[in-house]
Design a protein around this ligand. Structure first.
Ligand code: UD1
Ligand code: MG
Length: 460
């Protein structure tokens, strides 16, 4: 639409959530409800988006940033009162205004576009998006006249028993002629069960002034699910998960047990990747093509390039370059990087370390604050001792070095190219290129001494 404005209502506290967190900041698939709404609204390319904030205003502003303008609703006197707050920014503007609740995170841009198209095509002054539902509990009911035209919206708390049976509900999404909207808002009152300025009363005000009001019924009710409590939150999460998983499967990703794979909204996955059940992919993660992610893995804000493999591991804010692999039971913490074909195996923890091409750390190691050169072998149980109780220190191991099992590498330290560290060493001095370093006690063998302890030969 050419002159289109949007008002997102997000000032309510969300009492029914029973939460310290403001309602619209609760997350669905890793993204707050209000951000989901904003992302869809942006797709209709409106001239201006205004978010009405009140409870949690600063937190909402911080999250949405400059993607929206904001008006403050100091007291939460109802949805009509919330829209009134946008008066100074919109009142005299020619065009249409879409009003949408911040608690309908499943709504799609496609539906919004269809709603706007319907509104314009039918020269309506106000179009309400409605839906038919099995259980209308909690929603405003759409009351139609004998001609089937929308007459009014009645809130559940104000409904007669007969009205309460109506199964067509108000989704809380409307398109208005902008100028008529602000004229009509002045006529709202608080004569209702909740003593609030209901935006829904505006239907009758428009009709009484002779303006055309239409209802546009959406076929998929699920899109318009309004989240007022934790039950609806769980329902929305599960519907969103289905939607996201379907999208990836249609793009060529194999999900072996889609029902238990949880992929957040912003995660990207290329085709021919296989993901087992019980996997969580979170944040801004990017998964390449032909990747395998095994059951029990969690990938957070990480990049897995093509042909990588992760088995039962946790990968946070890290990068796996092409052909590298982690697990089973590896933990990559922030700023870790496995370069081409590098491997970390069982019970290996990596933190802020780069493992260059072909590095192997197969078993029971801690690799922290380190740069490990090409083809370096870290034996079982190698520990980078990077912390003295006060400060963290860095280690560097050059290409082709071999670090024997159960060695302690005490940082800060530099081990040169091709160097060998004998197994069981505690190394606290730099080791030059091509050197062998031993940092362990020499073995002593005392023949016959074992007998002194009599531990086998009780009768001797
Ligand atoms: C509202 C509708 C109801 C509809 C339902 C759809 C009214 C009176 N009722 O009810 O007909 O079926 O949505 O989900 O409009 N808000 C403010 N300021 C306020 C009050 C609310 O910004 O003073 C915001 C809330 O943050 C929320 C949205 O408006 O995002 C809707 O408010 P909510 O309390 O959830 O209304 P419902 O009871 O769901
Ligand atoms: Mg609601």
């Amino acid at each position: 639409m050419s002159n289109c404005y949007v008002i997102i209502l997000a000032a309510g506290k969300g009492t029914r959530m029973k939460s310290k967190l403001y309602k619209v900041l609760h997350k669905i698939a890793g993204k707050s409800m209000v951000e989901h709404v904003l992302t869809q609204v942006e797709e209709i390319l409106p001239q201006k988006i205004i978010t009405v904030v009140g409870y949690g205003a600063d937190a909402i502003k911080m999250q949405l940033g400059e993607r929206s303008s904001y008006v403050l609703q100091k007291e939460q006197l109802g949805t009509g009162h919330a829209v009134m707050q946008a008066r100074t920014l919109l009142e005299k503007k020619y065009g249409e205004t879409l009003v949408i609740s911040g608690d309908t995170p499943l709504l799609t841009a496609r539906t919004l576009k269809n709603l706007c198209k319907y509104h314009v095509k039918n020269h309506a002054s106000l179009t309400v998006l409605t839906a038919k539902v099995d259980d209308p509990t909690g929603y405003g009911r759409i009351i139609r006249n004998h001609l089937g035209e929308i007459k009014k919206i009645i809130e559940q708390k104000d409904a007669t028993q007969k009205e309460a049976y109506v199964q067509e509900i108000n989704t809380g999404i409307y398109v208005f002629d902008n100028e008529l909207l602000f004229t009509a808002l002045s006529k709202l009152n608080t004569n209702n069960a909740q003593g609030e300025y209901y935006l829904t009363d505006i239907i009758e005000i428009f009709k009484n002034s002779g303006h055309s009001v239409l209802a546009f019924q959406i076929s998929s009710f699920e899109e318009t699910l309004g989240i007022n409590d934790r039950l609806a939150l769980a329902k929305a999460n599960s519907l969103m998960r289905e939607r996201i998983n379907k999208f990836h499967m249609m793009n060529g990703v194999t999900l072996l047990d889609s029902a238990s794979t949880y992929i957040e909204a912003d995660v990207k996955i290329d085709s021919d990747t296989t993901i087992e059940g019980n996997v969580n992919l979170k944040g801004q993660s990017k998964i390449g093509s032909n990747v395998f992610i095994g059951s029990g893995s969690e990938i957070i804000d990480s990049i897995l390039e093509d042909n990588t493999k992760v088995i039962r591991s946790v990968i946070e804010k890290s990068i796996l370059k092409k052909g590298s692999n982690a697990g089973p039971f590896a933990h990559l913490r922030a700023q870790s990087k496995l370069e081409k074909n590098a491997h970390v195996g069982n019970f290996v923890e990596v933190k802020a370390a780069t493992l260059k091409e072909g590095v192997k750390a197969g078993h029971l190691s801690y690799v922290g604050d380190a740069k490990i050169g090409r083809e370096v072998n870290l034996g079982a149980g190698v520990i980078f001792v990077n912390y003295d109780g006060k400060n963290k220190f860095k280690s560097q191991i050059d290409d082709y070095a071999f670090i024997g099992s159960n060695s302690n590498i005490i940082a800060p330290i530099h081990i040169g190219e091709n160097a060998i560290i004998a197994t069981g060493s505690t190394i606290n001095q730099d080791v030059p290129k091509d050197a062998l370093a031993l940092g362990r006690a020499r073995q002593i063998v005392k023949k016959g001494y074992a007998k002194r302890y009599n531990h086998y030969h009780k009768d001797d």
